[in-house]
Design a protein around this ligand. Sequence first.
Ligand SMILES: Nc1ncnc2c1ncn2[C@@H]1O[C@H](COP(=O)(O)OP(=O)(O)OP(=O)(O)O)[C@@H](O)[C@H]1O
Length: 268
Amino acid sequence: MLEITNLVKRYGHNEAVLKGLDLKVEDNSVVSIVGASGAGKSTMLRCINRLVEPTSGSIKLNGAELVNVKGAELRRARRKIGMVFQGFNLLDRLTVMENVLAGRLGYVNLYQAISRRFPQADIERAFTLMERVGIAHYANKRADELSGGERQRVGVVRALMQEPELLLADEPTASLDPRTSEQIMILLQSLASELSLPVLINIHNVAQAKTYTERIVGLRHGKMIFDGLPADFNKDALDAIYGGIEAPDDAITEQPGAQAEEPRHDPV
Ligand SMILES: Nc1ncnc2c1ncn2[C@@H]1O[C@H](COP(=O)(O)OP(=O)(O)OP(=O)(O)O)[C@@H](O)[C@H]1O
């Protein structure tokens, strides 16, 4: 379980970007974080994986405090947090397998990392996960030969190679076409359930958030102003979060094609 208490982040002497956030996310739970540009969504994810230093507050993952840990303890904490990126963040000239094995770098020694001699168990785990997401046949292909959806699957497997206790996804579908986006959202949803992982997804596409996640958290100016079920995320909630400025046209309607595969929850 992820437990955030009174999280504050201030960059320099500016006004706080996160103003006392509280959030609990159970295992198996897929939560989307929505909010206008600048609301603090990325800062929140980056505080959790400590790419950004929180100003104050507490972030606990399965009881272990993440705020203020340093050195080896921070490295150990970080490897428990898998991250999936909008731009995939793959090493294009390396193969799919090499990219996937990069997820183990936090676990192997320097010699193994430099010589890329990963334990057999890691290679087997890599194949199992690649098979699970349908990319095992691409193991020896270069990453830049894959489509966007395939590349994102590589990104997901690399994150899972860390044996994470939490998965963070920062706009994981923003670079993908609608159909591929749906597939990636369904994949994240299924993996959360299969691996008993809490998953937090920053997402601009409110229709996808409503269809493929079971809980929506809405941020505005660094404060949480909505935390509830997709069914309760109505026009008032949308206006409160986006202030009528940035709300996408289709935000409260069903995502076209959402029925193409079986989502776990009925679209609302
Ligand atoms: N490294 C930084 N230094 C100073 N200010 C920053 C830094 N990173 C983000 N900010 C500011 O913090 C605020 C929140 O930014 P953040 O990227 O967290 O928002 P967001 O909701 O993720 O936006 P978007 O949807 O556009 O990615 C913005 O005003 C931004 O300018």
